[in-house]
Design a binder for this molecule. Structure first.
Ligand code: PHE
Length: 358
């Protein structure tokens, strides 16, 4: 008969089985650590389980007593493990909550909102005014042929007015299906008049505006090598200079206010006859004279005139039957006046410190 293991009867034996587990439990930092302690100290090969298995060999009376001690130890250990595990998972949850906390009372972050460029704002306003007067929007290419940019507009190759338009020429000529000549960056939006007339095939009415970029070799505070114009063209039967003045006055008053006056000064453009330049009452001083209008009380905003018979012919219209007017507005100048911008180049530098002010 095997020596009876007396140790199983002793409370301190069972306490010793549990002690390292209690110590390991104290060192646990996560619920996973606790699970490892459970396997090691309550698993099938743990000293406690082995001791409990040895209870079978004891005689009845002692087995009951020792069993009581052993089972109490196991229950206490299980209890301690559960408690520790609960404690650690609550702590982990609290840490997670802490880390993920969202203060719903904080004000939101505003996304940086963009806005239209001041030139776009002014262009849209101009378009809206003319749309309400029955004009539609047309456009044409920025790389243009000499014929459209000059010749069809009554500026033959040796015409001195070509020098007024210091042009950017390309190293290329118009294609085989186009009127012959060099290609250039258009110096004004007037070639759109010709393109539109030709596309219209002699029909009336013609009532368009054509906003777009134009290019000239010129740069200072009031000139930029790239700038913007809005061309206007209206053709019909019996269209007279008074109609031109009426439309321009309506345009200026809608843009700058009902008190605005329009003054037409005789001028010269090869593609209109008679020609005029239009001034409006200076928006800064109301006409009394200031720095912006150089003391005159007037500011020039556009060129205009009655479409020259040769231009009507080039566009396929009979000057005996059809008349009309055309105008060309510098939108950059309109924007400068509207917003008090002292240097045109500011409009094209893309500097947000400038643009954010609009
Ligand atoms: N094309 C002219 C310019 O660029 C403006 C203009 C257009 C004048 C239409 C008269 C008629 O200066």
């Amino acid at each position: 008969m095997e020596a009876e293991p007396r140790e199983l009867d002793r409370e301190d034996f069972w306490a010793a089985c549990a002690a390292p587990a209690v110590e390991a439990l104290a060192a646990c930092a996560t619920p996973e650590d606790v699970e490892r302690v459970r396997v090691r100290f309550l698993g099938r090969q743990s000293p406690l389980s082995l001791a409990l298995r040895r209870l079978r060999d004891l005689p009845d009376e002692r087995r009951r007593q020792a069993g009581l001690l052993g089972n109490r130890t196991r229950t206490a250990l299980e209890e301690a493990l559960r408690a520790r595990e609960g404690e650690l998972s609550r702590a982990a949850a609290a840490r997670r909550l802490e880390a993920e906390v969202v203060d719903v009372t904080l004000p939101g972050r505003r996304p940086a909102l963009g806005h239209p460029h001041p030139l776009v704002t002014v262009r849209r306003e101009v378009e809206a005014i003319f749309a309400s007067l029955g004009f539609t929007v047309a456009d044409g290419p920025e790389v243009e042929g000499e014929w459209y940019n000059f010749e069809a507009l009554n500026m033959p190759p040796d015409h001195p007015a070509r020098e007024m338009h210091d042009s950017f020429y390309l190293d290329a000529r118009a294609g085989p299906d186009e009127p012959p000549g060099r290609l250039l960056l258009r110096t004004h939006t007037s070639p759109v008049q010709v393109r539109y007339m030709l596309g219209r095939g002699g029909r009336l009415p013609v009532r368009i505006i054509a906003p777009g970029r134009v290019y000239r070799r010129d740069e200072d505070a009031t000139h930029s090598p790239m700038f913007h114009q809005v061309e206007g063209l209206l053709l019909g039967q019996g269209v007279a200079f008074s109609h031109l003045k009426g439309v321009l006055t309506e345009f200026a008053r809608r843009l700058y206010g009902p008190q605005t006056e329009v003054r037409l000064r005789p001028s010269y453009f090869p593609f209109t006859e008679p020609s005029a330049e239009a001034d409006v009452t200076c928006a800064f001083c109301g006409g009394s004279g200031c720095r912006t209008c150089k003391g005159s009380g007037w500011i020039e905003i556009l060129g205009a005139g009655m479409v020259h018979p040769r231009v009507l012919e080039a566009g396929g219209y009979d000057p005996e039957r059809v008349s009309g007017f055309a105008f060309g507005v510098g939108i950059d100048r309109l924007a400068m006046l509207r917003y008090g911008i002292p240097d045109m180049r500011l409009l094209f530098e893309g500097d947000l410190r400038f643009l954010d002010q609009f």
